[in-house]
Design a protein around this ligand. Structure first.
Ligand SMILES: [Fe+2]
Length: 410
């Protein structure tokens, strides 16, 4: 059971609902410019927003008169930026400063609310939805909407596997409790670069086995072997889940050890290969051209699968990629005709497609090298370092028109 938020406050859960319902509101983000650039709130459409670092608002007064100072600043400098015909959501890093801001702006007649817990809370919010839910087979999509990360639980007859679990384990443990299934195996489609994997942690806390392809148990830049323990995945391997079976498809390209998990001709968890609107980037190991040609061959293999298969991707770039139900999933036949990367794949020669991939690469994110080290057990950061490493939105896809590089904020 959830409790209603106090007046003037939205929780991360409220925010997601409003974004999904296309509600009109304005964002006043009071973090510093660098933080704003790394991760901002995005909706199904572009959200009108303005970034005014909080310290600029305090220039007119001391910390003791925070609210008065905000009112004075807003009267002088914000009038032409803030709308009065829709809610204004004040956002800061942890939700304290935005409360002062929203109280000050309410005094001036703005319908201002504060995001409870700030961007940290939004960044760590999870949303779980059923893709399919029958006695024979249930698949749940567990999303971390702010970062554009997706993971899955596949269950049959009380047994389950979790695919690509994200850093916080509670959503998976709560799901298992609520639906009454036992997690037998935890699978990573690849050694992730954009987020800290919850795989080894979830396996340890449930007694399940953790699986990874051995090629991704080597850091691609350091060439150091992973120190985490894992069961090796291989192409064609069959993993039982209750009455159903998942088949491993080795599809190198985004990483050398990338795999997809196929559930008969019905569902395909593609990891970082095919997304809804785009495809994965091949350069995060520092070998863009070599991996790009592997990527092309793997994608052609996936393209030949039955068109009725439902693609369940590892990421999204914008909330507008979800259907009305909020799920990020689509039949392969739709993606063949709508996905930018797959359209390029079908139009281009092998060499032409490699060129297309290399020319569409978004900016390299330096933190990704260290995140891969963390996932291999080669670095052990504390909680603060982990949050800093994971601060931005994922940039695992090729560049796109919407939302800039990778559709994300950085
Ligand atoms: Fe990835």
């Amino acid at each position: 059971m959830t409790t209603a938020p106090p007046d003037g406050v939205w929780t991360a859960r409220d925010l997601l609902k409003r974004l999904e319902r296309h509600e009109k509101f304005f964002v006043l983000d009071v973090r510093n410019r660098e933080e704003f650039e790394r991760l901002r709130i995005e909706g199904r459409e572009r959200l009108p927003s303005v970034n005014v670092p909080y310290f600029e608002m305090l220039e007119l007064g001391g910390k003791d008169e925070m609210e008065d100072s905000i009112v004075a600043y807003a009267e002088r400098d914000l009038r032409e930026h803030l709308p009065k015909d829709r809610p204004v959501l004040a956002v800061c890093a942890k939700g304290d400063t935005s409360e002062y801001v929203s109280r000050g702006l309410r005094r001036l007649g703005y319908a201002c609310i504060s995001l409870q817990g700030g961007m940290r809370s939004w960044g760590d919010h999870y949303a779980t939805r059923a893709v399919v839910e029958t006695a024979d087979l249930a698949i749940y999509q567990v999303a971390r909407p702010a970062r554009g990360c997706l993971s899955y639980a596949v269950a049959s007859e009380g047994r389950a596997v979790v695919i690509d679990p994200l850093r916080h384990l509670d959503p998976y443990l709560e799901l298992a409790r609520a639906k009454g299934f036992v997690i037998d195996a935890v699978l990573d489609t690849h050694g992730h670069a954009d987020h800290i994997s919850g795989g080894p942690g979830l396996a340890a806390s449930t007694g399940a086995s953790y699986y990874l392809h051995p090629y991704d148990a080597i850091h691609p830049m350091d060439l150091l072997p992973a120190t985490i323990s894992y069961e090796p995945l291989r192409d064609g391997q069959v993993l039982p889940v209750g009455r159903r079976r998942l088949t491993v498809m080795h599809i190198p390209g985004h990483t050398l050890g990338l795999v997809a998990f196929r559930l008969d001709d019905e569902f395909l968890c593609t990891g970082d290969s095919i997304f809804i609107r785009s495809i994965a980037r091949p350069d995060l190991g520092g070998k863009a051209e070599t991996w790009a040609s592997l990527h092309g061959r793997s994608l052609r293999k996936l393209l030949a699968l039955p068109g009725s298969m439902i693609i369940l991707p590892g990421h999204f770039s914008g909330l507008d990629e979800a259907g009305e139900s909020g799920l990020f999933a689509a039949p392969l036949s739709d993606l063949r005709s709508q996905n930018d990367g797959l359209l390029a794949l079908q139009r281009q020669s092998e060499e032409g497609f490699v060129r297309y991939l290399v020319e569409s690469l978004p900016k390299f994110i330096p933190e990704y090298v260290d995140i891969k080290r963390v996932n291999a057990g080669l670095l052990l950061p504390d909680e603060d370092q982990v949050s800093t490493l994971e601060l931005g939105k994922n940039v695992c896809a090729l560049s796109q028109a919407y939302g800039g590089p990778g559709g994300g904020g950085r």
